[in-house]
Design a protein around this ligand. Structure first.
Ligand SMILES: Cc1ncc(COP(=O)(O)O)c(C=O)c1O
Length: 332
């Protein structure tokens, strides 16, 4: 039986055309900043977000870890929501690598008033809040989107308090396509962004730190210190350029297929993630995942009674219909 894999959008296989672009890439030594394909990718991504510079890194996790260290000194405070990737899935990296103390707001989308109420100023005996991290789209909130107004509110509050604003933009492309917001409008609001090529865009590897030229120079040092300095990595950057040129607008198809699956289970997804709450269902998360596997469908367990499915480049209309039918049958 062929399995339809909806566990994550990080699992897409490069298409033959993407592999051809990778094979044809001109390369050099990127540790000397001499890989022309990496340089082209970094310039392209910086321009898309209206920033001065971008730095190619192996993963979204490394991108976040570098960004957090750029904006938050050791032993000072990063504020984020309790479900944020940076405090849920990065295995304490902010603390271990950056010595950063994190404090969390309730999980999910953040708003300016709630953040402002928690900011702690330097100089009166508390740990100072130096940075706020926002996730766009929000993974554990089911691909939910921070509206541009909400982000502008966060920018206004953080700027007024002299606090930096970071975006974990692993899926920022999905937000841009779903709302028609230019990437540069998002970019203008953040001091640092980490954006992933290896999620819905379908590249096998790679993320970028997007920021000022001064911070980017520091980011290259932090990347090297973490062991993320890569040599003839234009082979991977070529996949990223290919993905940016061809796979951004098509994210709308993933959103449409997520909606089709969502309809079958009574969920209205905002982007490509369909969160399924099993409260009241005879299945818990692992049981539902096992039953779905029997029907040829792989889903992710994200909580004791919560699973999710994620649409991506490898899932066509038939795959989405199969997922919708299986989930409707299991959950009816
Ligand atoms: C919101 C978010 N940020 C960061 C990452 C990390 O990306 P990577 O798996 O490339 O380290 C992920 C991965 O799923 C994610 O969902």
């Amino acid at each position: 039986m062929q399995l339809v894999d909806l566990r994550s959008d990080t699992l897409t296989r490069p298409t033959d055309a993407m592999r051809a672009a990778m094979a044809a890439a001109e390369v050099g030594d990127d540790v000397y900043a001499e890989d022309p394909t990496v340089n082209a990718l970094e310039e392209k991504v910086a321009a898309l977000f209206g920033h001065e510079a971008a730095v190619f890194v192996p993963s979204g996790t490394m991108g976040n870890q570098i960004c957090l260290r750029l904006v938050c000194p050791p032993a000072e405070e990063l504020l984020c929501d309790a479900d944020a990737h940076v405090v849920t899935y990065e295995h304490g990296g902010a603390a271990q690598h950056g010595g950063i103390q994190t404090r969390t707001l309730p999980g999910g989308l953040m708003d300016a008033a709630a953040v402002e109420a928690e900011l702690r100023p330097a100089g009166w005996g508390t740990v100072a809040t130096r940075a706020v991290s926002v996730e766009q789209t929000h993974n554990r909130a089911g691909g939910a989107i921070h509206s541009l107004d909400a982000l502008r509110g966060l920018r206004e509050v953080t700027a007024r308090h002299g606090v930096a604003l970071h975006c974990d933009g692993a899926r920022i492309w999905n937000a841009a396509v779903a709302t028609g917001t230019p990437l540069s409008s998002y970019g203008a609001l953040f001091d640092t962004l980490s954006v992933c090529l290896s999620k819905g865009l379908g590249a096998p590897v790679g993320s970028l730190v997007v920021t000022t030229a001064v911070r980017a120079a520091d980011a290259r040092i932090l990347r090297k210190r973490l062991g993320g300095g890569m040599r003839q990595v234009g082979i991977l950057a070529a996949a990223g350029i290919y993905a940016l040129d061809r796979h951004v607008d098509r994210l709308a198809e993933d959103h449409e297929r997520a909606r089709l699956i969502g309809e079958a289970v009574g969920v209205l997804p905002e982007t490509n993630i369909v969160p399924i709450d099993l409260t009241g269902s005879p299945y818990d998360g692992p049981q539902l995942a096992a039953a779905a596997r029997e029907e040829g469908l792989l889903v992710s367990v994200v909580g004791p009674r919560k699973v999710r499915v994620v649409t991506h480049l490898d899932i066509d209309d038939d795959g989405a219909k199969h997922a919708a039918d299986v989930l409707a049958k299991l959950l009816s």
